[in-house]
Design a protein around this ligand. Sequence first.
Ligand SMILES: *Cc1c(COP(=O)(O)O)cnc(C)c1O
Length: 365
Amino acid sequence: MTARVPLNDLVRQNKLVHDELVASARRVIERGWYVLGSETAGFETAFANYCGVSHAVGVANGTDALELAMRAAGVDEGDGVATVANAGFYAGTSIHAIGAKPLYVDVDAETHSMSVDALKRLLGRQAVRAVIATHLYGRLARIETITAICKPLGIPVIEDCAQAHGASRDGRKAGSFGMAGCFSFYPTKNLGALGDGGAVTTDDAVMAERLRELRQYGWSKKYQVSRAGGRNSRLDELQAALLLAKLPHLDRWNDDRRKIARRYSEEIKNPRIKCPTDFGTDNVAHLFVVLCEDREDLRRHLDKHGISSDIHYPISDHQQPAYMDSSVDGLAVTERLARQIVTIPCFNEMEEEEISRVVAALNGW
Ligand SMILES: *Cc1c(COP(=O)(O)O)cnc(C)c1O
């Protein structure tokens, strides 16, 4: 009986850095300072340098990063925020938390990221206060074009980098293109904490200052609330220390994921399964998502062969039961992809034999 191929295995990845993680945790435990101290400051500096920006501000999670970045950019109740509807409703959650309104833009069939033409059409027809561009599945969106369109209109672009830590194009990294880059360090992300965590990157000193106030009750100094809309959303010392230990390994881990993804796109030859291609520097292979018309049958086949699969994401944002909006239209590509996507295992420390089994199972369907 061979073991199932899981969709992810965090124990394997963390084993590689076990001693460093333990030493970091011990340092924090023994110091006795657990929230907003030297570890968070150290990680913020290291992560800003890694992303090639002047500031990184640690927050509690990726959804808060999006919300606080929008608030710092001046998004308010009733404002319209353009975003995609195929990225798991995290942007939707943060937009609704402000009382703003998501304006859903269709995606490109090839990249699953925001369609530039659809964005232009929206901008021509409606007031847009900000744009959230998501680098989905690890691949950079057409972010240079999106920022070039929005800049002359004075519309801030916020990057959702929660699946794209380290992705780069022409030497620029995810989180350095827009007014702000929002990261999640949820354990399964390419850079993952051992709990929740997040950060916002920016080159704008005023923005960074606002974020530091917003993440801590709106304080400009202790017990003085100078900024409305503040929250408690801090990256704690323990998670920051663990992330600081993992960050030096991120590029290698991204390379390892890309290698698996390249093998899949070369070796999966089943004509009924469409694989993503192009795993260059702008794609950190966070998720390997194939397209297939008879998805349920494929998933049953994979399950029978001991291979885990999932769907990222099964429900488009505008069809979420709590926020159902049947007046939304123009999302034909988003809706078609939502019916065809299947995620197959692609994670760090996946074994050779597991990769071959996945390929064989897909080719054997
Ligand atoms: C994971 C994720 C988030 C949210 O991050 P949390 O830390 O879980 O709040 C936001 N956007 C995308 C695209 C994600 O994958």
